[in-house]
Structure formats: C-alpha cells, structure tokens
Design a binder for this molecule. Structure first.
Ligand code: NAP
Ligand code: G4F
Length: 325
C-alpha cells in the first residue's frame, strides 16, 4: 500500500523538491494550493500531472480540516509560510497569521480528523537570530530578530506542544538556509546568481545588495527535503537541526559567483544599497547537524562551492536564449 502525503507550500522551492522525492518513493502526493489569478506551478510543471491538487489556505481553518478529512494522508508536511524575512517587517500581522497561527490550524485539523497522522513543521534557523551559542544545535535558546523569526518560534513550540499534549507524531525540522536554482529571486543567493548571469550576458551593469558581511550556513534544498522525509520515518518524533556545519559571508558568495561566471573581481559591479539593509540583522548562523547524522543518517551531498556554481550556471542557461533571440 503506497502512502499518501499532503504538502502545504507545494508550489514553493522546498515543496517542489519534496514532491519529487516522495513521488520517487512511490507516494500519492497531494498538494494544497491557495487560489491565485495567475499560474504558480512553475517549479512543479514537470510533475504537475503526478500530483493531486486541493484548494486551501493557511488562513482558513475550514479548508484545511476539510482537506485533511478528504485526503486522509499518512504524513503532512507544512511548508507553506510567508517566508521572506524583510516582508515580515512590512506585514507583521499577516506573517503571524500565516507563519505562526497557520501551524496551529494544520495541527488542529489533524487532531480533529486523525491524531495518528504524522506532521512535519518547517522551522527555521532564523529562530536563533542573535545567536547565544556557536554552532547552533537543538538545545540552543532562541533569540529571533524579525517578526518572521518570532512567528517561526511560535510554530516550533506549538508543534512541540501538540506532540506533548496529544501524543501526536509532530516534528520540527530546524533547517538552515537552503538554496537552489528554484529559489525565489528576492532571496540573496538567487538575487546574486541571477544578477551575475545578467551582467555576464550584458543585460545589467551592476548588482545592488545590502549587508555583505552577514554569514549563513547555506546548503542545497534537494539535500534538505530528504531530511524532512527521514524525520517522519523514525519510530519516535523528535526535532532536528539540518545544516552543513559551515558558514560563509554574503561577500564570499558574491566573490565565488562572479568567478564562476568568468567575470573576475566582483568589486566593479557590486553596489551597497541601504534599501536592502534590515532593521535588525542576523549576523551569523552556523548549525551543528551531528544529531541528524547520528539518528537520521543524514548528511549534505552538495558543497557550498558546487551550489554557487550550479546556481550561476542555471541562471546563465536560462537567460542566454533571451539574449540570442
Ligand atoms: P517559498 O519558496 O517562499 O514557498 C512558500 C510556499 O508557501 C509557497 O508554495 C506559497 O504559495 C505557500 N503559501 C504562502 N502563504 C500561504 C497561505 N496563506 N496558504 C497556503 N499556502 C501559502 O519557501 P521555501 O523556501 O520553499 O520554504 C518552505 C518552508 O520552509 C517555509 O515555511 C519557510 O519559512 C521554511 N524554511 C525555509 C528555509 C530556506 O532556506 N528555504 C529555511 C528554513 C525554513 P504561493 O505559491 O501561492 O505563494
Ligand atoms: O537570502 P535572505 O533573504 O535569507 P534569510 O533572511 O537568511 O532567510 C532565509 O533563510 C531562513 C533560514 O535561516 C528561512 F527561514 C527564511 O524563510 C529564508 O528562506 O538573506 C540572507 C542574508 C541576510 O543577512 C541579508 O541581510 O543576506 C543579506 N543580504 C544582503 N543583501 C540580502 C541582500 N538579502 C536579501 N534578500 N537581499 C539583498 O539584497
């Protein structure tokens, strides 16, 4: 009997990789999407015929409960969120509704329909914020620095609370930044690789960025969705840090991306723009993935340098036909 997985946020970066993985494992994959006036299936176009879609919204309890009741999934992956940190300052209430209370709505739906359904919550290293320990591990205290980070702390604890209150198989994956050619262009890595590709092809002359000194533990999204799945295949529910254990600055990412495109030094092209600075910054993130390695047998397969090169190459390949046309 094949298992059924319900994915919220299936149209996002992680949703697309997770859907691929679960289809490969023989799952029936059901994706919850919200109503939009335009097509948002770009990232899953290649597997769209293999997925069942159901219409629902994290803001709407009735839709989520009805979906869980109709679909009767074995596993629910809650990936949907307002996930862009700067937007959380301009839309803090909405961010709280999606990213914090949305988690409770999904958990409530599961509790009402069948508390045996396994639940994965997409928690974030942004919860560590102004870090109190280096590297950050499962036991490190949280100190979020944005309304997004605060909302994710709520999502984490409500997941732990439903596990402890109702004996549910509910886990929180504390994932550090993970990227790919499918990353939204507003996030710094993809903004850089898209910008580098445009400069390489003569479409732009400069790249405007904010804080180049921020340090992140960046991995490849394809590796990270495997960890999500592994967490739900364990005998006991638990929380895990998923990271590479290495950190790099935005400046290093920029330098390697320009070199990968054969453009040489980045300095002539990069302009620091105060518009992209944040009211409160997360200066340094670096995770300790040793528990995930020990218990889940999980390790990242793509290195930082491979990731940057992969993303630069993909953006050049995507834009080149436009230039030739
Ligand atoms: P993403 O690309 O921004 O995707 C977000 C998804 O959420 C999209 O499918 C979006 O749908 C959906 N969504 C947003 N609001 C919704 C609502 N009200 N109802 C239903 N769906 C809604 O994010 P991602 O990078 O794949 O990240 C997946 C999850 O992991 C997020 O919860 C994020 O906060 C978390 N996370 C990400 C990282 C990372 O580095 N990528 C690290 C730690 C945690 P539309 O297509 O309709 O907009
Ligand atoms: O790419 P970012 O926007 O990602 P951020 O804020 O770390 O959040 C991402 O990772 C989290 C996991 O830790 C997720 F939970 C979250 O959903 C999201 O996926 O920014 C990374 C760093 C920041 O320090 C930012 O200040 O890059 C710096 N940065 C410098 N210039 C910039 C820019 N960020 C953006 N987006 N745009 C810039 O021009």
């Amino acid at each position: 009997m094949s298992k059924t997985a319900l994915i919220t946020g299936i149209t996002g970066q992680d949703g697309s990789y997770l859907a691929e993985l679960l289809l490969g494992e023989g799952y029936r994959v059901v994706g919850m999407t919200r109503r939009t006036s335009t097509d948002v299936h770009e990232r899953i176009q290649h597997i769209v015929d293999d997925i069942e879609f159901v219409s629902g919204d994290l803001l709407d309890q009735t839709s989520i409960t009805t979906i869980v009741d109709n679909v009767r999934p074995d596993e629910v992956y809650n990936l949907a969120a307002q996930s862009f940190v700067p937007t959380s300052w301009s839309q803090p209430v909405l961010t709280g509704e999606f990213t914090a209370l949305g988690v409770t709505r999904v958990l409530e739906a599961i509790r009402a329909v069948d508390p045996k359904i396994k639940f994965y919550q997409a928690s974030s290293s942004e919860m560590f914020g102004k870090v109190v320990e280096v590297p950050q591990r499962e036991t490190t205290s949280f100190y979020p620095r944005s309304p997004y980070g605060v909302a994710k702390v709520y999502g984490h604890w409500i997941t732990v609370n439903y596990r402890e209150s109702y004996d549910m198989f509910a886990v929180s994956g504390i994932l550090f930044n993970h990227e790919s050619e499918r990353r939204g262009k507003e996030f710094v890595t993809r903004k850089i690789t898209d910008g580098v590709a445009r400069i390489k092809l003569g479409l732009e002359r400069e790249l405007r960025l904010g804080n180049l000194e921020a340090q992140r533990d960046w991995g490849f999204a394809g590796d990270y969705v495997r960890a999500m799945w592994l967490m739900l295949q364990q005998n006991e529910p638990d929380d895990y840090v998923i990271a590479t254990g290495r950190t790099h600055s935005v400046r290093e990412f920029v330098r390697i991306a320009f070199e990968a495109a054969g453009l040489g030094a980045y300095e002539p092209y990069v302009v620091q723009d105060p518009r992209f600075m944040r009211p409160a910054e997360v200066d340094l993130l670096v995770g300790d993935p040793s528990k995930a390695k020990r218990v889940l047998g999980w390790e990242p397969e793509v290195s930082f340098e491979q990731l940057v090169e992969m993303m630069v190459r993909a953006d050049i390949d995507r834009l080149a036909p436009q230039v030739r046309a």
